[in-house]
Design a protein around this ligand. Structure first.
Ligand SMILES: NC(=O)c1ccc[n+]([C@@H]2O[C@H](COP(=O)([O-])OP(=O)(O)OC[C@H]3O[C@@H](n4cnc5c(N)ncnc54)[C@H](O)[C@@H]3O)[C@@H](O)[C@H]2O)c1
Length: 316
């Protein structure tokens, strides 16, 4: 069955890959993006597709939205670099924007998936993090605008579900990387890759022993679509991410090897609130959705490096 689908944040990194995947499955895709961190280049491959519409609009603002039967709500800046510069935008996109889309889903009787984040676990005291872990977030910290607004976005989805008997699901996304992240995005993979390709030293904040688990974008999109597609799923919230926890030092070494550069590593002080450890417990998604991330870090990084070389002419 094909659907009429609204994607908020569809010109961003994940949103653009999602739109492409949905168009390939012959769905009609209506994308809303304010191009804050989204890029026209991300959607250039299919912007003229007869089943694709792009609307340059902020989802926090009122205005009519088209009738649809599915909504993916991905709008929100997600780079820690933006938490300092755009805290109000971020906080309101995940709360006021989420409310607008929930109201719209209710009006259309549409199924909705809200893109939440592993940041709802904050600096976790439970490791790895299952969906049942309630988290350890500093609500007044520099990351609070993002972490806490995603938490409230989730609270709102559950409230709408209970109050109005709606079908709203949440996916908690763990660090995802791949082509179409902005080179100056501030997140660690594009930063390391573009530094290495330019022959600059790689910047590590702290001692580099903090861990993250990196999922390649294709695996993430498969998980996202699986959460939407599931009929009567047992749960309404799923962690989606890869369990291959590694230190930031190890990630830097892998990037240095793959880019064959003379760059070194330099260390700078750790920013406030930076989580020490991050690894998803994805038992739920694997068992119920039959989802399994497949792309090894080595292969995903190679694809990402090629993207920056070819699309942004960085390096070579
Ligand atoms: N990439 C990751 O590792 C990751 C991890 C956890 C959660 N997420 C979540 O996934 C979603 C997509 O993240 P991404 O990595 O693609 O980031 P991104 O910055 O590339 O994409 C976000 C998109 O949302 C748009 N946007 C932001 N605020 C908006 C608003 N008010 N109205 C309309 N459009 C708006 C931006 O212009 C951009 O195109 C976000 O909700 C993010 O919180 C991503």
């Amino acid at each position: 069955m094909t659907n009429r689908i609204l994607v908020s944040g569809g010109a961003g990194f994940l949103g653009s890959h999602l739109c492409e995947r949905l168009l390939n499955e012959d769905h009609e895709v209506i994308c809303f993006d304010n191009f804050g961190s989204g890029q026209l280049d991300n959607i250039s491959g299919y912007k003229d597709h007869p089943k694709f519409t792009i609307n340059d609009r902020d989802i926090r603002l009122s205005g009519s939205l088209p009738p649809v039967d599915r909504i993916y709500h991905l709008a929100s800046r997600a780079s820690p670099a933006d938490f300092t510069d755009f805290p109000v935008d971020i906080a309101l996109t995940n709360t006021q924007g989420t409310r607008r889309l929930l109201d719209h889903a209710r009006a259309c009787d549409a199924r909705m998936v809200f893109a939440s984040t592993s940041e709802v676990y904050g600096n976790p005291k439970v490791h790895p993090q299952p969906e049942t872990y309630t988290g350890n977030v500093d609500i007044r910290g520099i990351r609070g605008c993002y972490d806490e607004s995603k938490r409230f976005g989730e609270t709102l989805t559950v409230a709408y579900q209970r109050n109005y008997d709606m079908d709203v699901r949440t996916i908690r996304i763990f660090n995802t990387y791949g082509p179409r992240m902005r080179p100056n995005d501030g997140r660690v993979v594009p930063t390391f890759v573009t530094q290495a390709l330019r022959g600059e030293d790689l910047t590590i904040y702290g001692d580099g022993e903090q861990t993250r688990s990196f999922c390649y974008v294709d695996d993430l999109i498969e998980g996202l679509v699986s959460v939407m597609r599931a009929e009567d799923p047992e749960y309404d919230v799923y962690n989606i991410g890869k369990e291959n926890e590694l230190t930031i030092n190890e990630l830097a070494e892998e990037v240095l090897q793959l880019t064959d550069t003379d760059s070194n590593i330099i260390y700078k002080p750790l920013p406030e609130d930076d989580p020490n450890q991050r690894r998803p417990d994805v038992t739920r998604a694997k068992a119920e959705l039959n989802w399994n991330p497949r792309v090894p870090l080595h292969d995903g990084l190679k694809q990402t490096i090629d993207y920056y070389k070819i699309s942004h002419q960085i390096g070579d």
